[in-house]
Write a protein that binds this ligand. Sequence first.
Ligand code: ATP
Length: 328
Amino acid sequence: MSKEIKKIGVLTSGGDAPGMNAAIRSVVRTCAYHHIECVGIYRGYQGMIEGDFKEMGPRSVNNIVNKGGTILKSARSKEFMTPEGRKKAYDNLVAAGVNALVIIGGDGSFTGAEVFNEEYGFPVMGIPGTIDNDIFGTSHTLGYDTALNTVVEVIDKIRDTASSHNRLFFVEVMGRDAGHIALNAGIGAGAEEILIPEEDLGLDRLLESLKKSKASGKSSSIVVIAEGDKIGKNVFELKDYVEENLPEYDVRVSVLGHMQRGGAPTCYDRVLASRLGVKAVESILEGKSNFMVGVLQDKIALTPLEQAIKGKSEIDRELLRVSDIMST
Ligand code: ATP
């Protein structure tokens, strides 16, 4: 184990995600287990610039494994994008005796970590925390499983009202660039069609599919739409288009929004966060830097930050076929 690492800083950055607290807890307790000090950095990189630090012992993270959000708060910091901002952050870390950082966040946060490492040679390790699951080098990001379960639960409720009134519901879920949430939650909730950024379903096919489903005796339907779906119309434009072309349908729209980020993390996210936190700290102590700790085929795996940032997390195309077959 590296002799130089005496104190590790941990921060959460970018959009918050359920499981971030469980990851903070894991980092803090793994540090304590290895007799290393741990410092919590508030409000991501902005807190690093402002020196908003707090020493964290193993008891400081009691009762947070089950909490959504992040006790360290998160932020987006424009100042960290400037060399002057990063210099302030570096000076604060040195003054506080911090030797390495664990960054819990998305690809933007990892880019910041990489830049910081390049400039100051400061050891950094990333943990993927974002509900979108859009990071290369991990099959699951923290919060994704919880978001899927939240979305499925809500669509189940929407289905109750849709079937009582013979309505067609368009449910918009998060995912500007990635359709993981829409595709998986859509299949899980029994959606008629799923519109995602990776695949252009086409308006004609959507209309055909809805006509077919009506003809086959379905009286209500749910269409799940990712924010950034390829058709390019927003969910309200899509509603107008369908109502113009299929006047027999009474279309309602439900935009799920930020509720998808909240809530207690699922058991899967808590276990994943615990595993990732242990590996992040132990990798730093082994002298590693500039990696993201992820999970691939249920094994914890390190991916160079550069690849995690540049690589594309692909959707499982077989799921498109499964979805098609399920809507028969
Ligand atoms: P989410 O996936 O939820 O958006 P994210 O980590 O991608 O999370 P961003 O807002 O893109 O969120 O990035 C978080 C922070 O990382 C930024 O506010 C900024 O402080 C830092 N950051 C991003 N890109 C850079 C960069 N090129 N140089 C320095 N810092 C950066």
